[in-house]
Write a protein that binds this ligand. Structure first.
Ligand code: GAR
Length: 208
C-alpha cells in the first residue's frame, strides 16, 4: 500500500476527487495519509479533516528563505513516509532538493494540454484566460511527473475538453475540472500505486 501525501493551496476539488476515488475503491493500492497546505485558510484542509485525513500547514512566506522552507517540507514528507506526492492545486514551485529526493514520485495536475499554456506564470484561472485569448478550440488537462522545470516533466495522462463560443475563464475552468482533471488525476494516482507507470526518457509507458 503506497502512502499518498497531497499538497494543496486552495479549494481542493482535485483533493476531493482523490478522496472520492479512494472511497469508491478506485485506488486499491494507495491511501491518502496526509494533506499539507501552503495556505492556512485553504478549504482543502476542511475536506481532509471531514474525511479523517491528517493535515499540516507549512506556509512558505513564514520561513526566512526558500531553502529553510524546503528543508521543513522535506522533513514533513519523510515523517509521513510519503511514497507518492500529489500536487493538487499547489501554488508553490518545489525546490530541487525535494524533486531530487522524490524522483518520479511527484505528480502534478495542470489545467491545459501541456505544452500549451504552461510554465512560470500559468496557474489557476490564468491558464484559461490565456487559452480563451489565443482562441483555441480544444484545451484540457494534463497529469505529469514533476521535474526541475515547471510543467515540463514526463506526461502521464491528458484529456481534451472543447472550448465553447460563450465560455468565460470561469466556465472553462469548471468544465476542464469536471471533464478532465477530476478524472485523470485519480486514474494516474491509481496507476502509480499499482506500479503500472514506467518512465523512459520523456515518455511514460503504462503497463497492463
Ligand atoms: C486546478 O485547476 C489545478 O489544475 C490548478 O489549480 C486548480 C486548483 O483547484 N493548478 C495549477 O494551475 C498548477 N499549475 P483545486 O484546489 O480545486 O483542486
Amino acid at each position: 500500500m503506497k502512502n499518498i501525501v497531497v499538497l494543496v493551496s486552495g479549494g481542493g476539488t482535485n483533493l476531493q476527487a482523490l478522496i472520492d476515488a479512494q472511497k469508491n475503491g478506485q485506488i486499491p493500492n494507495g491511501r491518502i495519509t496526509c494533506v499539507i497546505s501552503s495556505n492556512p485558510d485553504a478549504y482543502a484542509l476542511t475536506r481532509a479533516k471531514e474525511n479523517g485525513i491528517g493535515t499540516r500547514v507549512i506556509v512558505p512566506k513564514e520561513f526566512e528563505s526558500r531553502e529553510v522552507y524546503s528543508k521543513v517540507l522535506l522533513e514533513a514528507l519523510f515523517q509521513e513516509y510519503a511514497d507518492l506526492i500529489v500536487l493538487a492545486g499547489f501554488m508553490t514551485i518545489l525546490d530541487e532538493t525535494i524533486i531530487r529526493a522524490y524522483h518520479n514520485q511527484i505528480i502534478n495536475v495542470h489545467p491545459s494540454l501541456i505544452p500549451a499554456f504552461c510554465g512560470a506564470g500559468y496557474y489557476g484561472l490564468r491558464v484559461h484566460e490565456a487559452a480563451l485569448e489565443r482562441g483555441v478550440k480544444l484545451t484540457g488537462a494534463t497529469v505529469h511527473f514533476v521535474n526541475e522545470v515547471a510543467d515540463d516533466g514526463p506526461i502521464i495522462l491528458q484529456q481534451a475538453v472543447a472550448v465553447e463560443p460563450d465560455d468565460t475563464p470561469e466556465t472553462l475552468q469548471k468544465r476542464v475540472m469536471e471533464q478532465a482533471e477530476w478524472k485523470i488525476l485519480p486514474r494516474a494516482v491509481s496507476l502509480f500505486c499499482n506500479g503500472q507507470l514506467e518512465v523512459k526518457g520523456r515518455t511514460v509507458w503504462i503497463k497492463d
